[in-house]
Write a protein that binds this ligand. Structure first.
Ligand code: 0WD
Ligand code: CA
Length: 380
């Protein structure tokens, strides 16, 4: 049976597999054929400007500019003087995606049923980043997660809740880590232009409020998904394939000097990079390898479709099929347990490394996340 890894909660006599309130995250439980994952299709996009205002368009799109092989970018430049940081205390939850859904409702509902009260044709609505966390869960040993789920008009909305441990880490972040977080954004500025014909402008301000997000639709086995993810830039060639195939993800990573560092890069970093870009169908990651002083010493392109080949020689390495099967079973678990259709009810799914996934139910609590404006608009 497909759910042989679900733990038995009581010793009831049975023929059918036991139902359980918990879900295993053991890798061995998910080693089966790769599940059906339909080619993700972009159904729209939106932009967030320098003040974090929402626009139902691609005004924040940027264009990838191929650098030299060893460009010597200084990632520390501008940290003190030209850095506007997004306020991490503001929890936006799913708000931007919900605004996009309302603005694009006619595109989403079928042509036969154009009335506003028609339910959304998706099982799940969430951020791509939340799905990335699910994909990497069977291999994660350090950080747990909390995912709030609400069923509303038949659709399950998934929104992350910051764990106590994550909040403590964020509030006690060492100065060095804060600066290194800037390096990733500075690398984007060196690599991206605002127009197809212009060049990057490293003398400008780095403002992390700005974002361009793609909205994609896909299916994982029997789960119809709608999710959004931030995209760094696209191929500037007008002959490039349509989105998401023209998108490029940018990353920075410490330069690799020893076999041990190479192995760790394959086992931990490439897992995160693969999961994040595979989900929306972004085909390549361009990585800037930097030294301890924040100078980019080399730039390398990784094709997402080739990553599983790259890691195959690594001992005890991660497997894409385990990631996808766990995510699929988690979504089935959510569908089965989060049954009450009520915008003020939250099923809080919780996971800590070395444990099973569990959940608790909360009515009209601080966890409720669907805003009144959305509920009102969708019940019109
Ligand atoms: O409410 C929340 N807990 C979250 C909200 C968590 C994650 C994201 N967000 C929102 C923000 O509105 C952001 O614009 O999601 C957007 C990005 O969503 P995503 O693509 O689903 O997130 P993820 O794949 O984790 O991150 C993509 C990029 C990151 O790039 P790198 O190369 O470091 O993976 O989005 C940025 C970051 O540049 N990013 C965020 N931006 C705003 N808020 C956040 C965040 N919490 N996390 C990562
Ligand atoms: Ca990035």
């Amino acid at each position: 049976p497909s759910n042989h890894h679900l733990h038995q909660s009581s010793a009831t006599p049975r023929q059918t597999p036991p139902r359980s309130q918990t879900l295993s995250t053991r890798r061995e439980a998910y080693e089966r054929d790769f599940p059906l994952y339909k080619q993700p299709v972009e159904v729209g996009c939106f932009s967030l400007d320098s003040r974090r205002r929402f626009f139902n368009d691609s005004r924040q799109m940027r264009y990838y500019v191929e650098p030299e092989r060893s460009p010597n970018f200084d990632l520390r430049d501008g940290y003190k003087e030209r850095y506007v940081k997004r306020d991490e205390n503001v929890k936006e939850k799913l708000d931007h995606i919900l605004r996009w859904i309302i603005a694009n409702r006619s595109k989403l509902t079928s042509k036969l049923t154009t009335n506003a009260s028609c339910p959304l044709d998706f099982d799940f609505v969430t951020w791509r980043g939340h799905l990335t966390k699910l994909l990497t869960t069977p291999y994660e040993t350090r950080e747990g997660w909390l995912l709030a789920v609400t069923r509303f008009n038949g659709t399950l909305y998934i929104s992350e809740v910051e764990t106590e441990a994550a909040r403590r880490e964020r509030e006690n972040r060492p100065e060095r880590n804060k600066e290194m977080m800037y390096w990733g954004y500075k690398f984007e500025q060196y690599m991206c232009a605002d127009d197809t014909n212009s060049e990057p402008d490293p003398s400008g301000v780095v403002n992390t409020n700005e974002a361009f997000c793609t909205v994609v639709q896909t299916r994982l086995t029997d789960h119809k998904l709608l999710f959004s993810g931030e995209v760094d830039c696209r191929d500037r060639d007008p002959g490039a394939p349509p989105p998401p195939a023209c998108y490029v993800e940018l990353k920075t990573s410490a330069e690799i000097c020893t076999p041990k560092q190479r192995s760790n890069f394959h086992r931990f970093k490439l897992l995160k990079w693969w999961a994040q870009s595979f989900l929306p169908g972004v085909p390549r990651v361009v990585a800037g390898f930097r030294d301890h002083d924040g100078t980019v010493v080399s730039v390398e392109t990784f094709q997402i479709s080739k990553i599983s080949q790259l890691i195959k020689n690594e001992y005890n390495c991660w497997k894409p099929t385990v990631c996808m099967n766990f995510c699929c079973d988690f979504l089935s678990f959510v569908k089965r347990e989060a049954t009450e259709d009520n915008p003020s009810v939250v099923y809080l799914f919780s996971w800590e490394p070395h444990n099973d996934v569990t959940y608790s139910v909360h009515r009209d609590s601080r966890y409720s996340f669907l805003p009144d404006w959305y509920i009102k608009e969708m019940t019109r």
